[in-house]
Design a protein. Sequence first.
Length: 85
Amino acid sequence: MAKKLNPALSKPLTVSPALEAVVGKGPMARSQVVKKIWEYIKKNNLQDAKNRRNINADDKLKPVFAGKATVNMFEMTKLVSKHLS
């Protein structure tokens, strides 16, 4: 049986200017935003070396992470949601 996709995850959302600096121009589905953030994190080597669950923010990610220097993966998802409407 095919798994039904959650329509809320694939609905294009408006991306805030701060988030746009990281993921590019919206509108974009939430799943696409998360994928692009991870691409950015990996490309810029922002995953913490000791604790892989933590993301170290650079100048572009800090505004998205509410000014925090480090957030964990779960916190990141919550903070990113505030930049989608």
